[in-house]
Ligand binder design. Structure first.
Ligand code: AMP
Length: 221
């Protein structure tokens, strides 16, 4: 099963994808996480990608698309994947269709997460991530804090704030890019009949854990 997580930054795509992955065994493939791992390991790909990521810009397709194509060929993705952070443009969505067609697969479900703008910005500022690139658990110091302040519950490594979450200009740029380039994917996938929109907000007392639980129940039906 191929699942795509859609939604602006800070809506909880990573959290929901992680919970669905844990419950179903379908691997979570986050392009942002792959880039950050490469940046921390100072690989050629990481050094190139960082030039764009630090400014809040999209990494060019000639780097991103082959990286996703390669990752989808790993053994663990034979039965499917939860794509978190890809595609981010109509162009990438069309390229993904080509990649999947070659593998005899298609996009089965697109989960579109929606959260009010003021909550999104607050969540990006209060998000903390595990520094261990093989763990990459995500926390929120207000909504979902670790048991011990500054320490990852899962692996015990220190937590930190993402570089692009510290920079107000980069946050603004990322949200602008989402509106301009990524949000057209909502209609793209609605027209294909695979879109499922879910609101996540404190105001309706519905968080990522609630959404993930409902989706896992439906997948397992
Ligand atoms: P994320 O963790 O999904 O917020 O991604 C962090 C950053 O990685 C983004 O702001 C982009 O600079 C880059 N990135 C992640 N996914 C993609 C993608 N599909 N296309 C281009 N750039 C991406």
């Amino acid at each position: 099963m191929i699942i795509i997580m859609l939604g602006a930054q800070g809506t909880g795509k990573g959290t929901v994808a992680g919970l669905i992955s844990e419950a179903t065994g379908i691997p979570q493939i986050s392009t942002g996480d792959i880039f950050r791992k490469n940046i921390s390991e100072k690989t050629e790909l990481g050094i190139e990608a960082d030039k764009y990521i630090s400014k809040g810009e999209l990494v060019p397709d000639d780097i991103t698309v082959p990286m996703v194509d390669d990752r989808l060929s790993w053994d663990d993705a034979k039965e499917g994947a939860i794509l978190d952070g890809f595609p981010r443009t109509i162009e990438q969505a069309k390229k993904l269709d080509e990649i999947l067609t070659k593998k005899g697969k298609k996009v089965d479900l697109v989960i579109n997460l929606v959260t009010p703008r003021d909550e999104i910005i607050d969540r990006m500022l209060t998000r903390r991530v595990c520094t261990n690139p093989d763990c990459k658990a995500t926390y929120n110091i207000k909504l979902h804090p670790p048991i011990k302040e500054g320490i990852c519950d899962k692996c015990g490594s220190p937590l930190k704030q993402r570089e692009d979450d510290k920079n107000a200009d980069a946050i603004k740029k990322r949200l602008e890019i989402y509106e301009e380039k990524t949000s057209p994917l909502i209609d793209f996938y609605k027209n294909k009949g695979v879109l499922r929109t879910e609101e996540i907000s404190i105001s309706i007392n519905r968080m990522g854990t609630d959404v993930a639980k409902d989706i896992v129940n439906d997948i397992k039906k």
